[in-house]
Write a protein that binds this ligand. Structure first.
Ligand code: FSO
Ligand code: SF4
Length: 549
């Protein structure tokens, strides 16, 4: 196996024997085969679209299948083998659609090569698929294209995976965009080529950033239309006595369905990890049994779920190997999977509810403590005049966006230390699971404005961008001239997509840590440094000094 798609990749270069995340060579190979088939679907669909035909079933399958290959999503060989078989059928359907589109246009279909021609035979079992998948390891790209070009190509693939995740969430909320699907297929098709220049790969990567912004916008609109604008809301972070279910991941629609199905059942629902922002949405906080937030970011789940006295639901990434102590009370849904863990595919959460009812739950209330969430674009911009006045009077000197995804490596204390060192006359915006490094600390207020504003999930980077654009308009300067610095942590491919979005918007001087992506090789990094002054994080002291002078 060869995988270097996330920040914790082995030795900072690539997982080759076994994934640091727990991905074994078998699963890695199945994921490589699935991506290969998706590229084949992309070849046909790009051409069918050019001839004016579309097929939503194919679109939906392609998004979810690529989502399943993100870090910490689907570790289940059986589930992946099913996806592969389905991908093969979907590819046949895409081919038929393309041929039909040619007939309609009076054109002769092209004779496509590569993944378009690859066929998964009916009699292949999982181990045969694993064996075949080995031929499509990304290492082959490195061998044929060289490290630099292959790395840039893989950056495009990883960014596209991020788009797949956000676009999948958006489409569940009924938000889709044909042009986004078109870009998605064109990019899959683009990945089937075997020669590229660095320039075209970099420009494609920035285009991925552009379309990721669209995916995040669709998702933002979907969330707001369904659940209302997030409002500043205190969230209890200590348990209440009673039966309990904790929900992790990003999918608010799954959470809503669970809240509906548990109404009046005497079960308290807790959010975990990236579910925390749910408490700010009127359409979700109206459920009185959504009682609070439990635990912290994804990488602490094994310890936290172990100690949780109820049932656990993982709606998206990031799942880790379940300990035996909770393997029979954790459930997955959507794109997530772990071998031997019950998967719920139709949002009928009865097994989760029954399990929670059979477990003791929390015996007693712990003294109440809370944190505040819900500072997405609408809430922040509604106090914009106050914020602008505070900046003009010199009461707010600088804004820091400290956020992104968290991970297990020790160097991530940087973000806690940085937040603690930010001077009292500065405001911190945060988002994604990286916030757990400091979101339970008391940062106080400036003129009644909280110094720590939690914008939401990683996809709410869209909201943060809207806030930055509104500030730049109010001050009549470009975003790069604002007293705003971005201190980002990255972990997996959604973060890659967001970084590409920020670069696409021309945002400079981003500090990225705790390490640079393994697939960003020196020639690419030099371009990013030159064009965007993308910087690696150093120490909180040095970085703060450099920013504030
Ligand atoms: Fe975190 Fe995981 Fe939201 Fe990521 S929970 S690490 S970027 O999947 O998605 O921030
Ligand atoms: Fe390694 Fe990350 Fe790939 Fe897992 S997802 S195999 S940890 S690079």
């Amino acid at each position: 196996m060869f995988c270097y798609q996330c920040e914790q990749t082995a030795q900072g270069t690539g997982c080759t024997a076994f994934g640091v995340c727990g991905k074994d060579p078998e699963v890695a190979s199945l994921q490589d085969l699935l991506v290969y088939l998706l590229e084949g679907i992309g070849q046909y669909m790009t051409r069918a679209r050019r001839n004016g035909l579309q097929d939503r079933e194919i679109d939906h399958f392609a998004l979810e299948a690529l989502f399943a290959t993100l870090t910490n999503v689907d570790f289940d060989p059986q589930q992946l083998a099913e996806r592969i078989k389905k991908a093969n059928k979907i590819k046949e359907r895409a081919q038929a659609l393309y041929e039909e589109s040619c007939r309609k246009q009076g054109l002769a279909p092209e004779n496509l090569e590569g993944p378009a021609r690859f066929v998964v035979q009916e009699n292949w079992d999982t181990s045969e698929m694993v064996r075949r998948g080995e031929a499509f390891s990304l290492e082959k790209d490195i061998e044929s294209l060289g490290e630099e070009i292959a790395g840039a190509k893989h950056c495009v693939l990883y960014g596209l995976k991020g788009i797949a995740a956000y676009a999948h969430h958006a489409r569940i909320l009924g938000k889709e965009d044909q042009k986004l699907y078109d870009f998605f297929y064109e990019t899959l098709d683009f990945l089937t080529r075997n020669n590229y220049s660095l320039e075209e790969l970099l420009s494609k990567a920035l285009e991925v950033g552009k379309w990721n912004l669209k995916a995040m916008e669709l998702l933002d609109n979907g969330h707001v239309e369904r659940f209302g604008h997030p409002q500043p809301t205190p969230v209890r972070i200590t348990p209440k006595a009673g039966k309990a279910i904790v929900v992790s991941g990003h999918d608010l629609v799954d959470l809503e369905a669970l809240l509906q199905q548990t109404q009046g059942k005497g079960i308290n629902i807790y959010t975990h990890g990236e579910m925390l922002p749910a408490h700010g949405y009127p359409g979700l906080k109206k459920y009185p049994h959504l009682v609070g937030n439990y635990g912290s970011a994804w990488q602490n789940q094994q310890r936290e779920f172990d100690a949780f006295p109820g049932a656990i639901l993982m709606t998206t990434n990031c799942i880790q190997k379940p300990r035996e102590s909770y393997k029979d009370r954790i459930f997955t849904c959507g794109p997530v999977g772990w071998p031997g863990v019950v998967h719920i595919s139709d949002r009928d959460f009865s097994p989760v509810i029954e399990k929670a009812l059979s477990l003791p739950g929390f015996e007693q209330d712990e003294p109440e403590k809370s944190i505040t969430v819900g500072f997405a674009r609408n809430a922040v911009l509604s106090v914009a005049p106050k914020v602008i006045e505070a900046v003009k009077q010199g009461k707010i000197k600088h804004f820091f966006l400290i956020g992104g995804c968290d991970g297990a490596k020790p160097g991530r204390n940087y973000y806690t230390q940085f937040a603690q060192m930010v001077p009292q006359d500065c405001v911190i915006l945060t988002l994604a699971c990286g916030k757990y490094r400091f979101n339970k600390l008391d940062f106080g207020t400036i003129e009644g404005i909280p110094r720590l504003l939690d914008v939401g999930q990683c996809n709410d980077a869209y909201s943060a961008i809207q806030i930055a654009l509104a500030l730049s308009e109010a001050f009549g300067v470009g975003v790069n001239e604002l007293p705003l610095s971005l201190i980002l942590s990255w972990y997996e491919q959604k973060a890659v997509a967001i970084l590409l979005t920020l670069l696409h918007l021309g945002i400079k001087n981003i500090r990225l840590g705790p390490s640079m992506p393994a697939f960003v090789k020196p020639a690419v990094y030099n371009v990013l440094k030159e064009q965007f002054n993308l910087l690696p994080t150093t120490t909180p002291e040095e970085d703060l000094k450099a920013i504030l002078g």
